[in-house]
Ligand binder design. Structure first.
Ligand SMILES: Cc1cc2nc3c(=O)[nH]c(=O)nc-3n(C[C@H](O)[C@H](O)[C@H](O)COP(=O)(O)OP(=O)(O)OC[C@H]3O[C@@H](n4cnc5c(N)ncnc54)[C@H](O)[C@@H]3O)c2cc1C
Length: 397
């Protein structure tokens, strides 16, 4: 059996290692278009590689995928987070869990993961062909022809996400359906908002709502020199990837700075109005002080007055800015952040238990090329490990 893997990323490596180690008589050849493999693993997680997430319930795990959660739920029954931890451990790489459940190698270095994957490939004699872009595949009666040149029995496509549909023409050419790709996991640009002067400030528990839509997400919010980022924003961008693309990334976000309901804000403001303390020095909403002072200034209240001098109108303005603050977004950015593609090969054409195409026998898919994407936290790599493992294992059966 001759199996071609197209793409040397996390999914392609997992597929190659699993196929070759499941059947040592097979010949596994990995085609990589560039002169480097595992590029994204290298830069992932800020150079530390967030390998997976310590979420060990399949139904909870599946909830972290805006696209593909239902499909993955079936695939996770064969290989999920627990298997990933064991897989690396059995190969000498221990993973550690951080407070927010993200899992990293204890070395805190993505190179550990790269070394492990490369040495497994060497051990099982996977042949890697660098600078070998696959431009076309042709289904034959018994196998496939690659680039009008190489004959193989089966193919595993692990060529990663692509925000441009044109890059996937070679797959459209063989009748595969592709969900239109758009970016996911991006941050919001708001160059016209002076809140960006607070770059580096983190509000710990914010609720973010996209105006005119149902999209609403909760979590920490980071103010950056270009706009807003952090888990609450990234979740909005992932779950709203298509909606926000439809708005051409021009929309308003409403921010509830302490994620409280209106009545709770009113209650806290009322209680504090009894206080003789200066507003600037008494911030009852668990907000970073720089942000608190910014919000007070934004509503034109003198921060040097005491709480008991806050008149009704100013009290209402305070309630409004805390509960329903609004900012104008006019583009997105993926600079230095984890970003992925929403869209890709339609899942209804793929068997979730084997990753085999329902259209072409012997053709398998894994990783970000599929219409699967997760939120941040190690979920995207987990999808690559799971689908790569299944494609590799089933390709040699
Ligand atoms: C900056 C950044 C940080 C990230 N950090 C994390 C993280 O910490 N945790 C997490 O879970 N996810 C993270 N992600 C997402 C994660 O990296 C991807 O989801 C994952 O790498 C997808 O793996 P893949 O193997 O499917 O695709 P890729 O890693 O993109 O690999 C695809 C490979 O295929 C090759 N290729 C493409 N087309 C062809 C072709 N026609 N012929 C031959 N070769 C081809 C490419 O050159 C590439 O090497 C991050 C993403 C980015 C951009």
């Amino acid at each position: 059996m001759r199996i071609a893997i197209i793409g040397g990323g996390a999914a392609g490596f997992m597929a190659a290692i699993t196929a070759q180690s499941s059947d040592s008589n097979s010949e596994v050849i990995l085609f990589e278009k560039s002169n480097k493999v595992l590029n994204k693993v290298k830069i992932s997680g800020g150079g530390r590689c967030n390998v997976t997430n310590a979420c060990f319930s399949i139904s909870e795990l599946a909830k972290n995928y805006p696209r593909g959660g239902g499909f993955l739920k079936k695939a996770f029954n064969h290989f999920y987070t627990k298997d990933t931890v064991e897989w690396f451990e059995q190969r000498g790489v221990e993973l550690k869990k951080e407070d927010d459940n993200r899992m990293f190698p204890i070395s805190n270095n993505s190179q550990t993961i790269i070394d492990c994957l490369k040495s497994e490939c060497d051990k099982h004699k996977v042949s890697i062909k660098y600078q070998n872009p696959v431009k076309n595949i042709k289904p034959l009666e018994n196998g496939y022809m690659i680039n009008n040149d190489v004959l193989v029995d089966k193919i595993i496509i692990a060529s990663g996400g692509s925000p441009k549909i044109e890059a996937l023409q070679w797959l459209l050419d063989i009748g595969l359906e592709i969900e239109k790709p758009v970016p996911s996991l991006f941050t919001f640009n708001m160059p016209n908002e002076d809140i960006i002067d607070l770059m580096g400030v983190v509000a710990p528990n914010v609720s973010v709502h996209i105006q005119g839509d149902k999209l609403k997400h909760i979590g920490p919010l980071l103010i950056t020199h270009w706009g807003m980022s952090g888990p609450a924003i990234l979740k909005c961008s992932a779950w709203g990837a298509r909606i926000l693309a439809g708005k051409n990334y021009k929309f308003n976000v409403q921010v509830n700075w302490s994620n409280l309901n209106e009545l709770d804000y009113k209650e806290i403001i009322k209680e504090n109005k009894k206080s003789y303390r200066i507003i600037a020095n008494k911030n009852p909403f668990n907000l970073p002080n720089r942000l608190w002072l910014y919000l007070i200034k934004k509503i034109d209240v003198d921060s040097k007055i005491s709480w008991n001098k806050l008149d009704k109108k100013s009290g209402n303005k305070l309630l409004n800015v805390l509960f329903n603050d609004s900012y104008q977004v006019n583009s997105k950015t993926t600079f230095k952040e984890e970003f992925v593609t929403c869209g890709g090969i339609s899942l209804h054409q793929i068997n979730p238990n084997t990753m085999e195409s329902k259209i072409h026998k012997g053709l398998y898919f894994c990783g970000e090329i599929l219409d699967i994407d997760g939120v941040t936290g190690g979920f995207n790599f987990q999808s690559a490990w799971t689908t790569g493992y299944l494609a590799g294992k089933n390709s040699v059966i």
